[in-house]
Design a protein around this ligand. Structure first.
Ligand code: KG4
Ligand code: ZN
Length: 336
């Protein structure tokens, strides 16, 4: 990574986290994240509520990031912000704020793709992967295997055909009556249980994924067991969680193995919220030892949604003079 003296303020508001980060002289000086706990009572994110919360938080979070970094507005060289993919209302809040700031300060605006930024979270701290490397990006909205050729050149080799891996955790948790988002809780409970129940691994060609079938299999399994024993979920929760985690991790690891073999590559990174999963981390570490992989996991605070990764992506774009017009629009889907 080239080492240039640049100071970037980054904003992220694609889903339900309002975040701002300051990256200066190749150091992440701050990464402030305001999460919206309000959605857990609804069992999922309510887009209108998320957008309103971003509006309340955005200026506070951005000011806090600058304050913690001890950087004034006049020291900034560029403003980077997520333009998509994400929720339209949520994206619009961050994007309007970031563009207005760039305009008023007379500095470049850099529009960042959220999925590319998850991949580039690997470059915030040491050890950084070499180019090219293979990245498994697993979040609440996406599951992709990406060939990362440079900070700005990436090719999606495979992706989910239906639900994302994080969604599979969250929807399974909903079946069990767990609060949203259920991923971290299933991870915790799985540590106390054993994967004694088996769910089918979907047969999907190539490097694509499918998770909707296991959600249905879990739904029918729980329905049948609860019919026999109404207390089944409470009395077997740890084992159920361990079994759910086991099948999701198995699907992910099998595809990473296939991708690494097909593309003859041993540098592998894992990014996105589900990269925080301890079962996925340990299974990949085990497989990595057998396969002689060099594995890269970003620090936990850079796995789930954060503006630090947006600053990192903004920096790579800045180095290539890749700036964006002030009429850049938010987008719901895509890798561009
Ligand atoms: O990347 P992220 O913060 O937001 C999106 O871009 O979607 O990922 C959030 C997802 C949620 O589905 C959440 O349940 C999942 O990541 N997640 C986890 C864990 N921590 C977060 N899933 C499994 N185990 C975890 N420890
Ligand atoms: Zn994300």
């Amino acid at each position: 990574m080239k080492d240039e003296k640049v100071c970037i303020l980054a904003i992220e508001s694609s889903c339900d986290d309002t975040s701002a980060a300051v990256f200066c002289d190749c150091l992440m000086l701050s990464n402030i994240i305001a999460s919206q706990a309000i959605h857990s009572q609804y069992g999922g994110i309510v887009p209108e509520v998320a957008a309103r919360m971003h509006q309340e938080n955005i200026a506070l979070v951005s000011d806090a990031a600058l304050r913690q970094a001890k950087i004034s507005l006049s020291q900034l060289d560029a403003i980077a912000c997520t333009a998509g993919p994400g929720l339209m209302g949520s994206l619009t809040v961050g994007l309007s704020y970031a563009k207005a700031m760039a305009l008023s300060l007379g500095i470049p605006f850099i529009s960042v793709n959220h999925m590319r930024a998850h991949v580039l979270s690997h470059f915030i701290d040491e050890p950084r992967p070499p180019f090219p490397f293979l990245c498994l990006t697993v979040s609440g909205g996406h599951t992709q295997i990406v060939m990362v050729k440079s900070g700005t050149d990436m090719e999606v080799l495979g992706q989910t055909l239906d639900d994302a891996a994080g969604e599979a955790f969250d929807k399974s948790g909903k079946i069990l009556g767990l609060p949203y988002p259920a991923g971290p809780l299933i991870d915790r409970l799985a540590k106390e249980g054993k994967p004694v129940y088996s769910f089918p691994i979907p047969q999907v060609d190539g490097l694509d994924f499918s998770f909707s079938g296991i959600k249905t299999a879990i739904l029918y399994f729980i329905r049948d067991e609860v019919k026999k024993d109404p207390a089944f979920i409470e009395t077997h929760l740890n084992d159920i969680c361990a079994s759910i985690q086991h099948v999701i991790v198995e699907i992910l690891v099998r595809k990473v193995l296939l991708a690494a073999k097909l593309h003859n590559i041993t540098a592998i990174g894992i990014a996105g919220g589900v990269a925080a999963n301890s079962g996925l981390r340990s299974r990949l570490t085990e497989t990595g030892k057998e396969q002689h992989w060099n594995l890269y996991f970003p620090a936990m605070q850079y796995c789930t949604d954060n503006a630090g990764m947006i600053a990192m992506a903004g920096y790579f774009q800045f180095l290539e003079g890749h700036f964006s017009p002030l009429d850049t629009k938010p987008f719901v889907r895509g890798m561009e």
